[in-house]
Design a protein. Structure first.
Length: 507
């Protein structure tokens, strides 16, 4: 009899484990990345961690709604982020006292039971992301809180709708012990993916700044089949970076905005990030990626600048951006200095979506450019090698962006180049995304995902279409020249700077 009871128990455990494994697979494969931080509260000015903000997250269709659990002096589990409420320590105050304070919308302070119950009602898609706050009193109390939380969730039959997160490694280990197969994510940002894997935790939910500092952890986490998540992400450039890197989840105070960024992202259109330079370091540009052009020979356009190498005044990376700056500074026969960086022999691309997020310098005489040349330029020279001008701007033509190709048949020497311009409102004060989408059949030029120039392959010769080969990228800020200097130069504009936030290549 005992033998058959054991077999029955073993089968039950295996079935339970299989259920959780299948659930984990669903978590990993979801296309909905949006986790509302303390509910969807911000847009409608709802209280954080309220049942109203939870219901709004469910109404929006968020993948998850995050909330914080603490325990009062009389062992009641309540939903509250801070360790104090109205200057009272939650851990040292009874629930009956704390419950006398109402949230800004008139709600009472929700208990865990009330919050989970509300989260289960009329909800078929939004997960409940439970952050268990460590005790400030003792480790033992932290584990006691954890046990009470897990038991309450089990009692409410909500185990498959809850994901556990915590800054405490011990808490997550306790969750795994109490609820085998539970999904757990570590928040603290101090452990590598290999360490998390060894600990049996399911994923890493780190602040976006940690991920940008340890970009190698992204690949490592994926190789270890760990869940990738980031908090608290409210800036569009951070959202776009995480989306491009295919994070499983993104926690935000702005779920509506994040849904919009996901819908309009290159990833949603089928592109996959294959190369990027995010400039998340400080100092000179990374020489494993960038070469310098050096000299002041006019560069075929009678430009007036001297391009320097290793001069932080002309090219420097700081605050997550590349700054290319033109100065009034005599160098040899040239009155101005600047920088021109290129990726030849280090990063070259055939087809794909190439996008650069940049803020441009204003003023007559500037000529910033983001462009590409064929790798075979040294063998067959220009224009036979082909040129793709992703973005050109000349300072006298305010607010206009140009996208152009040059080939043997179509180039500005002959006046046959194929180019168009688009007017944008804010190239000097805001970052805009300049891109091409390039295939064997066409090149589209885009600003902020608006196509303004479309060039088709005529299927004639390489004189018309030399674009079925590797090209390298160039970033530079020229001064004057045949085009940029058509209306002279305003010397009051210096120093003039082009800022590059990132370069991303998708295929």
């Amino acid at each position: 009899m005992r033998y058959f009871s054991f077999i029955f128990l073993l089968v039950g455990i295996v079935c339970c484990t299989a259920t959780y494994k299948a659930f984990n697979a669903n978590v990993v494969s979801t296309d909905n990345k949006v986790i509302a931080h303390r509910g969807a509260w911000k847009k409608n000015n709802l209280p954080e961690n309220s049942i109203a903000s939870l219901r709004q997250a469910i109404a929006l269709g968020c993948y998850g709604s995050e909330f914080d659990v603490r325990m009062t002096a009389d062992d009641s589990l309540i939903i509250c982020h801070d360790s104090t409420l109205n200057n009272l320590s939650i851990e040292n105050t009874k629930y009956s006292v704390l419950n006398s304070f109402k949230l800004s919308n008139g709600e009472k302070l929700p208990t865990l039971r009330e919050y989970i119950s509300a989260g289960l009602k009329n909800n078929t898609s939004t997960m409940l992301i439970c952050e268990i706050k460590p005790s400030t009193i003792s480790k033992e109390r932290s584990l006691q809180i954890t046990e009470k939380v897990v038991n309450q969730i089990k009692k409410l039959k909500s185990t498959q709708q809850v994901i556990y997160i915590s800054f405490s490694h011990d808490i997550l280990k306790k969750v795994e012990e109490l609820q085998p197969g539970a999904i757990t994510l570590y928040l603290n940002g101090t452990k590598s993916p290999d360490q998390i894997k060894d600990d049996g935790i399911d994923g890493l939910n780190y602040h976006v700044s940690v991920w940008k500092k340890h970009t190698d952890w992204i690949k490592s986490a994926k190789q270890n089949n760990l869940l990738l998540s980031a908090w608290t992400v409210n800036k569009t450039d951070d959202m776009d970076w995480l989306i491009a890197n295919k994070f499983n989840f993104i926690t935000t105070d702005e779920p509506e905005l994040l849904f919009e960024r996901i819908e309009n992202s290159p990833v949603a259109k089928g592109w996959e990030l294959t190369w990027n330079e995010e400039f998340n370091y400080t100092g000179l540009p990374d020489t494993s990626i960038w070469n310098y052009a050096v000299g002041g020979n006019g560069y075929g356009n009678n430009e007036l600048q001297y391009y320097t190498k290793d001069e932080v005044g002309n090219a420097v990376v700081k605050d997550g951006k590349l700054f290319i700056t033109a100065l009034i500074q005599t160098k040899e026969k040239n009155k101005y200095t600047s920088a021109r960086l290129f990726t030849k022999d280090k990063a070259e691309f055939t087809y794909g979506r190439i996008e650069v997020n940049a803020k441009l310098p204003a003023g007559r005489g500037t000529w910033p450019a983001i462009w590409m040349l064929g790798k075979n330029r040294s063998e067959i020279s220009w224009p036979e090698c082909g040129e793709i001008d992703i973005m050109e701007h000349v300072g006298f033509d305010a607010d206009s962006i140009h996208g152009t190709i040059h080939t043997k048949a179509y180039n500005h020497i002959k006046g046959t180049q194929k180019g168009k311009a688009i007017f944008i409102k804010n190239p000097y004060t805001e970052f805009n995304t300049y891109a091409i989408e390039w295939t064997s059949e066409k090149i589209d030029f885009l600003v902020n995902d608006v196509v303004y120039n479309h060039i088709e392959n005529e299927h004639l010769t390489t004189a018309e279409w030399p674009f079925d080969q590797p090209f390298y990228l160039i970033l530079n800020l020229a001064i004057c020249g045949n085009w940029g200097g058509k209306k002279g130069i305003d010397e009051s504009i210096f120093p003039a700077t082009m800022e590059i936030d990132y370069v991303r290549v998708y295929h």
